[in-house]
Design a protein around this ligand. Structure first.
Ligand SMILES: CC(C)(COP(=O)(O)OP(=O)(O)OC[C@H]1O[C@@H](n2cnc3c(N)ncnc32)[C@H](O)[C@@H]1OP(=O)(O)O)[C@@H](O)C(=O)NCCC(=O)NCCS
Length: 134
């Protein structure tokens, strides 16, 4: 979280980029997060959370949390009720996902348990699995 005095100056964007870079380096598929719709409370008595988010996603309305995360490449996937007790968002969050475009399925490792044969191996070794890279 960026201190309110330093928001909209590129700091949060750099933190998000750092997370993306880590995910790329670890060859992970992506990132799923909850994003509070922090400005929804200002209009909660006029429109539903669904309508609010629809407008934010369409770029018709600016939410000072969700809009920035969408701007950095997250995609909106759905609404989460009762996410927190935060009053500004009325407890709502958006489920947001960033898919790593560089993800490559890694070499899969299958664990094949070795059947234990009494008397041939010590008990601990007899239970040890074999690792087979495919
Ligand atoms: C979300 C948050 C991390 C963003 O940090 P930030 O330093 O304000 O973000 P940035 O200034 O890097 O802006 C991120 C993007 O939004 C854009 N943006 C920022 N302020 C904007 C504004 N007022 N209007 C339109 N776009 C804006 C930036 O241009 C940037 O996109 P770009 O890199 O393509 O130029 C920060 O606002 C924050 O900590 N908010 C509170 C988070 C919170 O409440 N979390 C609760 C749990 S989700």
């Amino acid at each position: 979280m960026v201190h309110p005095d330093y928001r909209s100056q590129g700091v949060g964007g750099q933190l998000i980029e750092a997370r993306y870079n880590l995910i790329r380096a670890l060859n992970l598929r992506g990132l799923v997060a909850g994003s509070l719709i922090v400005d929804y409370g200002k209009v909660a008595d006029q429109i539903s959370a669904e309508q609010y988010v629809r407008e934010v996603v369409a770029g018709l309305r600016f939410d000072s949390n969700l809009s920035k995360q969408l701007r950095k490449g997250f995609k909106f996937y759905g609404l989460i009720p009762n996410y927190t007790i935060d009053v500004n968002s009325r407890g709502w969050a958006a489920e947001i996902v960033w898919v790593n475009p560089d993800y490559r399925p890694a070499r899969r490792i299958h664990v094949i348990p070795t059947p234990r044969r009494a008397g041939l191996l010590p008990r601990s070794l007899g239970r040890a699995p074999l690792l087979h890279g495919i």
